[in-house]
Write a protein that binds this ligand. Structure first.
Ligand code: PMP
Length: 393
């Protein structure tokens, strides 16, 4: 017997974003705009619900799919907000964050050799799950189409090995959201093929303009769509680890087995806190969005004035400007910006090769920090590039 380990596990790499933020300890005065979590505390009433659960000894396992009361709250939330109709007994599972929802769904549907199409640049959490299943991520480059998936390009990637398509709108890292017409077009294409759809809509409540449209509202997808969600972003609950997956009963009965053999159930005090979040605290994301909108407008204006080519984010709390004019890889740009100007942003290459040539700036930080970071960025650019006339565009 040898002590060799699973090759796919061995092949995993620490996400670029973590590798980069690890450097931050060396620069204590740097302003860190790398993190993707709200800068607001969990709402008081939600915290109290969690504390009450602990005090009253709700510290035991729950039903594997989660407390029925929470699944009912999830059902009501999606019914009221998006007109969806999911059965809490058979079509909703509470998971350890959206991360585990993604893991359980992919491990349920994927087999060795399958392909999953993912519009990119995108969040780095999907690829490792897919490759651990022996499946292959196939990227759809959206960088030339405003970070939105072109139906023609998508169709060109579909092969007999394609098992699923993943969507993440509003998007991490670009902040792009799809409007109804764009979704209609994609759905009429997808509906022609027997493919699963995994729609990670964890940023839906952080829609900064207009209304969020969900892929789950299309009846023709209902039997093969998994809606991935959670409270990390909407209610600033990243550390509570509560997520959800909603999907068709015939497949969810298998997802729940994968989920339970992995973690039994989601944290129970967290589930009680989640009930409070989804019932009496539905208004919370809209309050946070007021601040995000102000910050987004400010960052967008400053970046445009500095000459960055940048798409206006419609959701989430990220902005993804191009740095192509500076003629260096995003890792080098971000490293220099950190060392020379004391501002930390995420190199676009952390979001697949299609993110190369961009940086991700999170605006889940106070306006004061954001202003100072923009001043530092502008000062650095003026000194390093514009004054020296290294940049001509
Ligand atoms: N999906 C996306 C697009 C994300 O950005 C994140 C967190 N950064 C997750 C899923 C995972 O969220 P959770 O905390 O619910 O596991």
């Amino acid at each position: 017997m040898s002590l060799s380990i699973n090759a796919a596990a061995q092949g995993l790499v620490i996400p670029g974003i973590r590798q980069f933020s690890n450097q931050l300890v060396l620069y204590p005065n740097a302003i860190n705009l790398t993190i993707g979590q709200p800068d607001f505390p969990t709402p008081e009433a939600v915290k109290e619900a969690g504390i009450r659960a602990i005090a009253s000894n709700q510290t035991i396992y729950s039903h594997n799919a989660g407390l029925l009361e929470l699944r009912e709250a999830v059902r009501d939330f999606f019914a009221v907000s998006y007109g969806l109709d999911y059965n809490p007994e058979t079509e909703i599972i509470v998971t350890t964050g959206a991360s585990e929802a993604l893991d359980s769904v992919f491990r349920t549907i994927l087999e060795e050799g399958d392909e999953v199409i993912l519009p990119a640049p995108l969040y780095s959490g999907y690829e490792p799950i897919i490759t651990m299943c022996g499946a292959k991520p196939v990227y759809l480059d959206t960088s030339l189409t405003g970070f939105k998936p072109s139906p023609e390009k998508l169709e060109a990637l579909i092969t007999e090995k394609t098992k699923a398509i993943l969507f993440n709108y509003p998007s991490n890292p670009t902040g792009v959201a799809l409007n109804k017409e764009e979704m209609d077009e994609l759905v009429s294409l997808i509906a022609k093929y027997d493919l699963f759809i995994v729609s990670d809509e964890i940023y839906s409540e952080n829609t900064l303009e207009g209304e969020h449209h969900t892929f789950a509202s299309y009846a023709q997808l209902k039997e093969r769509l998994f809606l991935i969600h959670g409270l990390s972003k909407s209610h600033s609950m990243t550390g509570w680890r509560i997520g959800f997956v909603l999907g068709p009963a015939s497949i969810m009965e298998h997802v729940v087995k994968v989920h339970l053999y992995n973690g039994v159930c989601a944290s129970v005090p967290g589930q009680y806190a989640a009930i409070e979040a989804l019932t009496n605290n539905r208004h919370v994301p809209a309050q946070m969005n007021i601040a995000y909108r102000d910050r987004r407008d400010y960052v967008y204006r400053r970046l445009t004035l500095m000459g960055f080519d940048v798409v206006m984010p419609k959701g989430a709390f990220y902005i993804f400007p191009s740095i192509k004019q500076f003629g260096m890889p995003s890792m080098e740009f971000a490293t220099r910006l950190l060392r020379e100007a004391g501002v930390a942003v995420v190199p676009g290459s952390s979001f697949t090769e299609f993110g190369e040539g961009y940086i991700r700036i999170s605006f889940a930080y106070s306006m004061e920090l954001i202003k100072e970071a923009m001043n530092r960025l502008e000062g650095w650019l003026n000194q390093e590039f514009f004054v020296n006339k290294e940049v001509i565009s």
